[in-house]
Design a protein around this ligand. Structure first.
Ligand code: FES
Length: 366
């Protein structure tokens, strides 16, 4: 007995107008293609994380997923050369008397090749050991010809002080890392923005993994230092922040909080003003990531809007015992909070309502 479930899609002409389209019949998603006068249909759900294949594009005979570019042959459903075992179901299609028909019983199977998970995907477990501080310097510097950075100098003072108190420290200088800007996977779909970051999983040369490793897995305290540029944190700070969307997005779409019981603090120095606006953004963003803050969570220095004599900023900060002391006291406060958080071991779940009122897939069938 045949298991066929032939379904009339409608006038074939209407489907021939587009090389590729996503067609939804009940709860079945189909990537329907038309090329060289021939229709073909495969599943409209990608094996990776379910991208809508029919919303992608055709590359020759291959359907390219719009989310992270995996490819499947439009007639066989097989992955691109080298990945032929990675298959999505294919479906039979026929034109009968001007109408396009599809058999909704798949003619091929879905097969997912097991992929080794990325090292960052491991469970977040606080390993035993002394308190750990990651300093992240976001100032933009020519690595080959370095200059004195006021924000980085104060960060270095804080890290040295933390080390003196028995903490392990790690300095990450964004200017010495190669990392790609966020390419907006979240803007395609919340589900397309993955943890670990889609770019990190695809590009072994991208070094943002060092920041993820320190922030999510290693550190108890993260201290971020930035200059003020046009009233805001540095361009490298924002480049990093956008790549951290994937951490915050896990909370939004999966109630999966990757940052727990960790402390963030900030050092902000500027030739000109807007300390409050700069720190305000950082507090908001790191709060949304899941960090907590010590009392008085930042130190800052700015000589104001009219202070264009930048060399004097360098001199003032370099010579300031008060600012160094402020950096040391900031790390002291941060370590105290981190110590209490670790000792009291707060529960591993926190209620955080508010975002899930809107279905993240827009109500589309799975
Ligand atoms: S490549 Fe298709 S969902 Fe990632």
């Amino acid at each position: 007995m045949s298991n066929s479930q032939w379904h009339d899609l409608g006038p074939a002409d209407q489907f021939a107008a587009k090389p590729l389209q996503q067609v939804v019949i009940g709860r079945t998603r189909i990537a329907l293609s038309f090329r060289d006068g021939t229709f073909a249909a495969i599943s409209g759900a990608c094996n990776h994380v379910g991208g809508p294949l029919g919303d992608g594009r055709l590359d020759g005979e291959y359907v390219v997923c719009p989310w992270h570019n995996w490819k499947y042959h439009r007639t066989t459903g097989a992955g691109e050369p080298g990945y032929e075992a990675e298959t999505v179901p294919r479906y039979q299609v026929e034109v009968r008397e001007g109408h396009l028909w599809i058999d909704l019983t798949p003619a091929g199977k879905r097969n997912r090749i097991p992929h080794e998970p990325h090292a960052l995907a491991r469970p977040v477990v606080r390993e035993a050991g002394p308190l750990r501080v990651a300093g992240i310097s976001t100032t933009a510097i020519d690595e080959a010809n370095p200059r004195f950075s006021t924000s980085e100098a104060l960060l270095a003072a804080a890290l040295a002080h933390a080390k003196g108190r028995g903490a392990e420290t790690r300095l990450i200088r964004l200017s010495s890392l190669f990392f790609r800007h966020c390419e907006g996977y979240y803007s395609k779909s919340a589900q397309a923005c993955t943890w670990p970051c889609s770019i990190t999983q695809m590009d072994p040369n991208d070094q943002m993994d060092q920041v993820y490793e320190a922030m999510v897995h290693w550190a108890d305290v993260v201290m971020v230092a930035t200059p003020i540029r046009w009233g805001a944190a540095s361009s490298l700070y924002f480049k990093m922040a956008e790549r951290l969307n994937c951490v915050q997005n896990q909370t939004t779409i999966r109630d999966r909080v990757l940052i727990r019981n960790k402390v963030a603090a900030f050092i902000v120095t500027g030739g000109q003003d807007n300390v409050q606006g700069t720190v305000g953004q950082m507090l908001t963003f790191f709060g949304e990531l899941g960090f907590v803050f010590p009392q008085f969570p930042f130190i800052a220095h700015s000589r104001g809007w009219s202070a264009e004599d930048m060399e004097n900023n360098v001199r003032v900060v370099r010579d300031s015992a008060e600012l160094r002391e402020g950096a040391e006291q900031l790390i002291d406060r941060s370590l105290e909070v981190a110590k209490h958080l670790l000792a009291s071991a707060p529960p591993n779940t926190v209620a955080r309502g508010g975002r899930k009122a809107h279905p993240v897939n827009g109500g589309q069938p799975a």
